[in-house]
Design a protein around this ligand. Structure first.
Ligand code: NI
Length: 250
């Protein structure tokens, strides 16, 4: 099953989210997990998931949106996580590349999101930039699994997260010529540990790099992974679909 496990179709980069979803479905994408980044986009993701059988929602507050988050915002995420088409808490995480100045606030929100995931027995979709050791320790502490989205670390780091029960999210970056690190990760971890994602509207794969992304670009990511692993495109679609569905109720 062809699954986009991570995208942001509610981004203001798009004119019409419904058109983007229809385009993705028409191209053969069978499941799309729209990730919220704050309360507003999480609520909207849930509403869209009710409209399309192929669409599911991840709800959460991401590391770039931790300013002015109130207790009631956290409570709202917890409340909407009860919806039957919410399959994960995400996008959540830590981003020390973007800024370290609000590290404490980022950690506080991450913990509140992990608490919800644990309580609801939901997997998590995690953003990590230059915060591997902190992320690892909190995921371990809260005993959750899910996806390390847009993985950009080493093979060794990938294996640490795989051991913890996580899938490694591979997106458009793997098609970039200079992405040796991500290509190495794909070559050296089992196909059973990979999930596909576009992170739309960002990180559009070659040959469309630089343009606005849509889940309909997944086949370019599939082909590159198939090439790197010496398997067929169908093998990649089948196995990654099985991987995601073993953790997410899709
Ligand atoms: Ni994202």
């Amino acid at each position: 099953m062809l699954i986009d496990s991570h995208c942001h179709l509610l981004s203001s980069e798009y004119i019409d989210v419904n058109e983007e979803i229809k385009k993705a479905i028409a191209s053969g994408v069978e499941r799309i997990i729209i990730n919220g980044i704050d309360v507003k986009s999480s609520i909207e993701a849930v509403e869209l998931s009710k409209k399309y059988k192929e669409v599911y929602a991840a709800v959460g507050i991401g590391p770039e949106n931790v300013y002015d988050v109130t207790e009631s915002d956290v409570k709202k995420i917890e409340d909407i996580s009860l919806n039957e088409k919410v399959v994960a808490i995400g996008e959540i995480g830590l981003d020390y590349y973007w800024t370290k100045e609000n590290k404490d606030a980022q950690i506080k929100i991450l913990k509140s999101m992990l608490k919800i995931a644990k309580k609801r027995k939901l997997p998590v979709i995690v953003h990590n930039r230059e915060a591997t050791d902190d992320i690892y320790s909190y995921l371990k502490e809260y005993n959750v699994t899910g996806i390390m989205h847009c993985f950009s670390g080493s093979v060794e780091t990938a294996n640490r997260f795989i051991k913890l029960g996580f899938l490694i999210g591979i997106g458009g970056v793997v098609t970039f010529k200079n992405a040796k690190k991500v290509k190495d990760v794909v070559k050296n971890i089992p196909l059973e540990a990979i999930s596909l994602e576009t992170d739309s509207p960002y990180l559009t794969p070659e040959p469309y790099r630089g343009k606005k992304n849509n889940p309909d670009k997944l086949p370019f990511i599939v082909s590159e992974i198939a090439k790197l692993k010496g398997v067929t495109n169908a093998d990649v679609i089948k196995q990654t679909g099985t991987n995601v569905r073993s953790k997410f109720d899709l």
